[in-house]
Ligand binder design. Structure first.
Ligand code: ATP
Ligand code: MG
Length: 286
């Protein structure tokens, strides 16, 4: 008998899975997913962004037009296809995306009677890495080191799937008056998921976004959030920067659109801070 058949299969590398979550709309989840993903890819990580928002902003912002979304995260959650088969390349080397479509908005009803409905994404990610030939329509056989999940602005079954599949949650908070509103509800949901679905789930950190130095309120919000959440808040603050908001209409991460702008530089700093925090989390777990 062929020796190779008897040899145990090499263990598959497991990606780190981080979800960008906040049920408040427009706080910077998608912008952070795209640009953190790009920055991580730029420093050598192999990154998959999973677009779990029916709005599909992460897909659009990475230049994936609607016609190319023949299969999507909806088909992954319904079990029609493997996650690997939904993956598309982007203009950024080592950054791929599993796009979403509006179909996803009906997933909650469709999965309502399924016993494993909260674990659909977790199970799909568990099968992600490994040789491509095992999947009929997979386009690459890269093993991902990071998976970033872009959540919708809601604490629904989609977000619960993301939390059940993740090692940790990253919470973008916009530097505006109601920044902390809803945060305790989000933290409560994370706690519920930890006790019921995913005992390993942690809060990775809170990233303050759209900071405007000319606005006293922004500074006040930073102080309040740091007081409330302490060291969970990243040192890096993402400034409000017009280049950041222009980039998606060109289908590009801001790091490709204008590397030198303050927004790009902030996202690069955030990526290195996150990598550092990852190291200390791993040391603590070892
Ligand atoms: N640092 C920034 N500077 C300027 N504009 C920004 C910045 N970050 C995000 N924006 C803009 O703010 C809007 C909301 O950002 P984004 O789409 O990332 O938020 P979101 O939390 O994903 O929203 P949703 O809840 O709808 O999914 C977008 O138009 C985006 O371009
Ligand atoms: Mg979004």
């Amino acid at each position: 008998m062929d020796e190779a058949l008897l040899a145990p299969a090499a263990p598959r590398p497991v990606p780190r899975v981080l979800a960008l979550a906040n049920q408040k709309g427009g706080v910077g989840k998608t912008t952070t997913a795209i640009n953190l993903g790009t920055a991580l890819a730029a420093i050598g990580e192999t990154v998959l962004i999973i677009d779990l928002d029916p709005q599909g902003n992460a897909s659009t912002g990475l230049g994936i037009d609607r016609r190319s979304r023949r299969v999507s995260t909806y088909d992954v959650l319904t079990g029609e296809i493997e996650l690997r088969e939904a993956v598309l390349e982007t203009a950024v080397p080592r950054l791929h995306i599993a796009p979403s479509t509006m179909d996803l908005s009906g997933i909650e009803l469709e999965l309502a009677s399924q016993r494993d409905r909260a674990y659909r994404l977790r199970d799909a990610i568990r099968r992600l890495n490994g040789p491509a030939e095992q999947f009929e329509r997979a386009r690459n056989d890269i093993d991902y080191t990071y998976v970033l999940i872009d959540c919708p602005p809601s604490l629904n079954l989609i977000t619960v799937n993301a939390m059940a599949a993740s090692n940790a949650i990253l919470v973008p908070l916009q530097c505006e008056f109601f920044a902390l509103e809803g945060l305790s509800q989000l933290l409560k949901t994370v706690e519920q998921v930890r006790t019921t679905l995913n005992p390993e789930l942690t809060i990775h950190g809170i990233v303050l976004t759209m900071f405007d130095a000319r606005n006293n309120l922004s500074t006040q919000v930073v102080d309040d959030v740091r007081q409330f959440m302490g060291s969970k808040v990243y040192e890096t603050i993402i400034p409000r920067n017009v280049r950041v908001s222009e980039a998606p209409s060109y289908g590009k991460p801001v790091l490709l659109y204008d590397l030198k702008c303050v927004g790009s530089q902030a996202y690069l700093r955030l990526a290195s801070e996150i990598i550092q925090r990852e190291r200390s989390l791993r040391l603590a777990a070892a």
